[in-house]
Design a protein around this ligand. Structure first.
Ligand code: MG
Length: 166
């Protein structure tokens, strides 16, 4: 049987929002009174995309490659982690076809920042920006994404084999 030339991966991430942390999303710093708590910069969008990419290539997950016990990743720029995941995917013979991601949080309003996020992610993945989709959703006051205590991101990544794998 001929092997598929495409694989899809799914990623999810959630972080608590707390005072005194910078709000970084998709590599973009946004002015806000809280920011995601985590070992790295806790960029949920970049983490979800990284996990989706690793998942598509069946290469484990972000925590396995960049443990939150490792001081080298303290406050790390998550775009660097995404770049490292991308290098790993390419070494295993995969190229990214497209990325589609959804961030869920009621505040801050993300729409004015989405274009910058798409540019930053496209840049680190060396892809045309039209292959990168970022959607901002609210949860209308419901749950931890609605009451300002948390933020969530979901992503899917489609990868294509650089060479025939049959
Ligand atoms: Mg995370």
């Amino acid at each position: 049987m001929q092997a598929a030339h495409f694989r899809v991966g799914h990623g999810f991430d959630a972080h608590r929002l707390v005072a005194g942390r910078p709000f970084v999303l998709g590599g973009v710093r946004i002015e806000h009174d809280t920011g995601p708590l985590g070992h790295s910069d806790a960029d949920v969008l970049t983490h979800a995309i990284s996990d989706a990419l690793l998942g598509a290539c069946a290469l484990g997950d972000l925590g396995a490659h960049f443990p939150d016990t490792d001081p080298q990743w303290k406050d790390a720029d998550s775009l660097r982690l995404l770049a490292a995941c991308h290098e790993l995917a390419v070494r295993h013979g995969w190229t990214i076809a497209n990325v589609d991601a959804t961030v869920v949080v009621d505040r801050p309003k993300l729409a004015p920042h989405v274009a910058l996020m798409r540019d930053a992610i496209a840049d680190v993945l060396a892809l045309d920006v039209e292959r990168i989709s970022v959607k901002a959703k609210t949860s209308e006051g419901l749950g931890y994404t609605g009451d300002g205590t948390g933020i969530v991101a979901y992503a899917v990544v489609l990868v294509e084999a650089l060479e025939r794998r049959d």
